[in-house]
Design a protein around this ligand. Structure first.
Ligand SMILES: *Cc1c(COP(=O)(O)O)cnc(C)c1O
Length: 473
């Protein structure tokens, strides 16, 4: 493309972006086109010959529009999804514009340097060992994978087995223990590492999804190479495992302790939530996401490993055409990929823009909003908040007895039909529940009140329908 063609194309992209992010404050949060309808704008035969760049770009925006959930607005409480902060988005445009490959310092000096500095800043903000290494990955799934790969390598090395050289087949058995309420992606990460679902031992958890440390201690007493996965921020309840006790058991047994803190790790950046994470710093590795509480655009996860040499042993890639410069930071030594997006630019920009105070205030505000929503809903007969709201997550049921699950599902349908706010459901402790996540940057008191009003209106509708269906005795 020539300079003449690039300019109007980039201006069009900018205009489309500005219109999307500023033009529709009352846009319904749920996509208009879901399921098969989401395909409509994209479907068609393979393009045989090309077309003008701007035509393609406007066609993309038109095709995507109806199928976009408004996750960046102030009405979205579904799932744990950050809001792609404008500063991160703008940094991301530049990242794509520059086309850097930060795998090695040699191939992308600025990208590698931004990751090193952003990584050091994260260690400080999250108050984790300053000498630890940080790897930037797509999300917490791969961050869990990387932390557990380091753990697998180290617990096997301690019994004289080199998994990097000799693989897993024929290796001494490695036990894997995690809480019953662990996130599904931890099981996926373990599967990629050679640990099948039936080989994982689940440790009892309480009604908040918190691991029973005594049960873990009993199980670990048998000894042998072991990986333990604890969590900071259970996906439904936001609960935190008792890290101090868990870490003591792991230390005694020589087990590797990994913490899945996809969103909950950010509690450490917030003075009024910090206490929830006590003992978390005693772990060996930690996984988190920048595309959740830091509001970075996707894809943005990171892994932290206490022992840099172990991290590097598990992940480094070398080839004769890739010069190794030992004096500098080569990001590919700390993540499973070689060529990839320069993720450090957006994270660096967001950390600089928000600052320590801005991050702490946002996390604190979200948690306060979650408590406010819980207090308001819990006052209403028929509505129960099942979890202890320690963070940003709520788990709510509607109606009791044999119709409770159906009524809860109907409340979700009614909220989504009204489409003024967005929430989704899950199964938790044997019940259908509404899950509410307060994690998106634009959420404030007004959006929390709107959420409550919408939920109460939906509950009234469902309850009235139920009363009409079941005549009073
Ligand atoms: C979101 C989440 C994950 C998975 O992270 P991705 O970024 O989707 O890969 C893992 N664990 C927990 C607790 C999560 O909230």
């Amino acid at each position: 493309m020539t300079t003449h063609e690039i300019e109007p194309l980039f201006r069009t992209a900018c205009e489309l972006a500005v219109r999307y992010r500023t033009g529709a404050p009352n846009r319904p949060p749920r996509a208009a086109a879901v399921d098969q309808e989401a395909y409509a704008g994209f479907a068609g035969p393979v393009p045989e010959s090309g077309e003008a760049a701007i035509t393609t770009l406007t066609a993309l925006a038109a095709a995507a529009g109806p199928g976009l959930h408004d996750t960046t607005g102030d009405r979205f409480f579904g799932w744990i999804i950050g809001a792609s902060h404008p500063v991160g988005v703008a940094a991301d445009w530049l990242t794509s514009t520059w086309g850097q490959n930060p795998g090695l310092h040699f191939s992308g000096p600025a990208g590698a340097a931004a990751e090193k500095v952003a990584g050091d800043w994260l260690l400080d903000l999250l108050d984790l060992p300053r000498e630890a290494s940080v790897g930037f990955v797509t999300g917490a799934t791969m961050a869990n994978f990387t932390g557990l790969a380091a753990g697998r390598s180290e617990v096997l090395r301690r019994v004289g087995w080199d998994v990097e050289a000799d693989g897993l087949q024929g290796a001494p058995r490695v036990r894997v223990l995690l809480g019953e309420a662990a996130h599904s992606t931890v099981f996926a990460a373990l599967r990629y590492l050679g640990f099948g679902r039936n080989q994982i031992e689940t440790v009892e958890a309480d009604a908040n999804g918190i691991m029973d440390a005594d049960d873990l201690g009993r199980r670990l007493s048998a000894g042998g190479p072991a990986l333990v996965v604890a969590q900071a921020g259970q996906i439904n309840t936001g609960g935190f495992d008792p890290f101090e006790e868990i870490a003591a058991h792991c230390r005694r047994a020589g087990a590797w302790l990994h913490v899945d803190g996809a969103f909950g790790l950010w509690a450490r950046a917030c003075p009024d939530r910090y206490r929830l994470t006590r003992g978390l710093e005693l772990a060996d590795s930690w996984a988190s996401d920048a595309h959740k509480w830091l509001q970075a655009p996707y894809e943005s996860g990171f892994v932290i490993v206490r022992d840099r040499a172990v991290h590097r042993r598990a992940m480094s890639i070398s080839a004769s055409y890739l010069p190794s410069q030992d004096w500098c930071h080569n990001p590919a030594d700390f993540s499973p990929e070689l060529s990839r997006r320069a993720r450090g630019f957006a994270i660096w920009a967001l950390l600089k823009h928000l600052g320590r105070d801005g991050i702490a205030d946002m996390v604190s505000r979200h948690c306060a909003l979650a408590r406010r929503i819980a207090a308001r809903l819990a006052r209403v007969p028929g509505i129960r908040v099942l979890n202890d709201v320690v963070l940003n997550q709520l788990v709510v049921t509607f109606g009791e007895g044999p119709h409770g699950d159906r009524m809860t599902r109907e409340v979700i349908e009614e909220i989504q039909r009204r489409n003024a706010v967005f929430v989704e459901g899950a199964r938790w402790q044997g019940r259908e529940v509404v899950r509410i996540s307060v994690i998106s940057a634009p959420l404030n008191g007004t959006s929390a009140d709107r959420l409550c009003e919408e939920i109460l209106a939906a509950w009234q509708t469902v309850e009235a329908r139920q009363t009409a269906a079941v005549p009073a005795q």
